[in-house]
Write a protein that binds this ligand. Structure first.
Ligand SMILES: [Zn+2]
Length: 417
């Protein structure tokens, strides 16, 4: 058992006991109720927050950061796909390790990934102690042969995933309606439903995607098209969901879809910024936050994502009361847990112990103002001093095991591509 002693939780000093994977007791400091810990960590001057859940990543793209800048999404994709044709298992493994390193250092304990060579991404993440939701990516480019090959590979990966521990999960990914045939969208959707898997898909990231889909599918938007195929449901994770009509919002709500907002990527690629957070929430959709891959958003920092999300929501609606701090925190934590069906994303007795310890002994937290405002709007993620995932320390005092080796191996991989 681990005791986080004298740690601030909701503004009060508490003793927080972690037993195995879960939070056992949260008691007003200095009470212990006779509980004895194997390890006591003095957390005076520190605060506890839930671990962030990054709901849309392409983790290994961390190694492609900065190589394609100042171009719109469709040109960006062409350039990225050209490089990705040379990507191999080693690249994915070490790229995902680098991504995990950055995610851990910025307080993320779970991520929902969509990228190639999924088993290697999975191994990298599990070794780092962070919880991955990885997926088989369906992207057939409307080619029958590719589709057949992907179906076979997907089945193999699914079989393999049955032997995985609970530390990782396999989801199904469909890249998008503009890269995947109707036949394969339906196949993936059926497969996901049949095996109780999440279905991760890019939806309406750009206006072009919306226009092209309407042209190709008798006036239907991507959301309407997916609805017409019977794909939408509470197991669907719709990355971006940016260019949505009123009817699209209604459909997302009706089917309780999990919509993932990735503001840094959207703004930087000029895909758009008028994400309809309030409308989606009010319609019944579950809104979460993600960073997207580091080749577009350049980092995987959820704290930065939260700040940018709030700034854009307030700005485009011309209303500072929008996207208040509590909602922002929920979107980065518990909403993601809900989307993935995990008992985490909150600091609560009985919940899985995925949490960060925030160092408040610095200028950002001097004022008597709101802790969350200081954390999200003023501080940077280096105030996160330690991270616990599934009851285990994965970062202590900013140190993550194997960091030097990961950087060295990643440099080697990059020199070979
Ligand atoms: Zn993406």
């Amino acid at each position: 058992m681990i005791l986080l002693q004298n740690i601030l939780f909701d503004g009060r000093p508490v003793n927080l006991f972690i037993d195995g994977q879960r939070i056992r007791r949260i008691l007003p400091f200095p009470q212990t109720e006779g509980l004895v810990a194997d390890e006591t960590v003095d957390c005076t001057g520190k605060a506890v927050i839930p671990g962030f859940i990054n709901m849309h990543t392409h983790a290994a793209m961390t190694l492609l950061r900065g190589i394609t800048e100042d171009v719109p999404l469709h040109d960006w994709l062409d350039r990225i796909w050209d490089i990705e044709a040379r990507v191999d298992e080693e690249f994915i493994y070490w790229g995902t390790k680098v991504a995990c390193l950055e995610m851990i250092k910025s307080g993320t304990t779970t991520f929902n990934d969509q990228y190639w060579f999924a088993p290697f991404a999975r191994d990298a993440a599990v070794e780092m102690g962070i919880r991955p939701y990885i997926s088989f990516v369906i992207l057939d480019n409307f080619d029958k042969e590719t589709a057949e090959k992907q179906r076979r590979k997907c089945l193999q990966l699914y079989e393999r995933s049955l032997g995985w521990s609970e530390a990782s999960h396999l989801a199904m990914s469909v890249h998008s309606v503009y890269t995947v045939s109707e036949e394969m969208i339906l196949w993936a959707s059926d497969f996901a439903r049949e095996h109780g898997m999440k279905l991760h898909i890019h939806v309406s990231e750009t206006q072009k995607e919306d226009i092209d889909c309407r042209k190709a599918h008798g006036g239907l938007s991507p959301t309407e098209y997916l609805d017409s195929l019977g794909v939408l449901g509470p197991h669907v994770i719709a990355a971006h969901s940016l260019w949505l009509s009123d009817h699209d919002v209604e459909l997302m709500g009706k089917h309780r879809v999990n919509c993932v907002h990735n503001i840094n990527s959207n703004a930087k690629l000029a895909s758009g910024f008028r994400f309809r957070y309030n409308e989606l929430r009010d319609a019944g959709a579950n809104v979460c936050l993600g960073t997207d891959g580091a080749a577009s958003s350049n980092n995987l920092d959820m704290l930065e994502t939260m700040k940018t999300t709030a700034l854009f929501q307030k700005a485009w609606r011309e209303d500072p009361s929008q996207m208040h701090l509590g909602e922002l925190m929920d979107a980065a934590t518990v909403n993601g847990a809900r989307a993935l069906g995990l008992d985490t994303g909150v600091i609560r007795e009985g919940a899985i112990a995925d949490l960060s310890i925030v160092d408040t002994d610095n200028s950002y937290f001097l004022s008597p103002g709101s802790f969350l405002a200081n954390l999200i709007y003023a501080a940077h993620s280096d105030v996160i001093s330690s991270v616990i995932a599934q009851g285990r320390f994965i970062m202590r005092d900013r140190r993550v095991e194997g960091e030097k080796e990961i950087l060295a191996q990643a440099r080697k991989v990059l020199s070979q591509i």
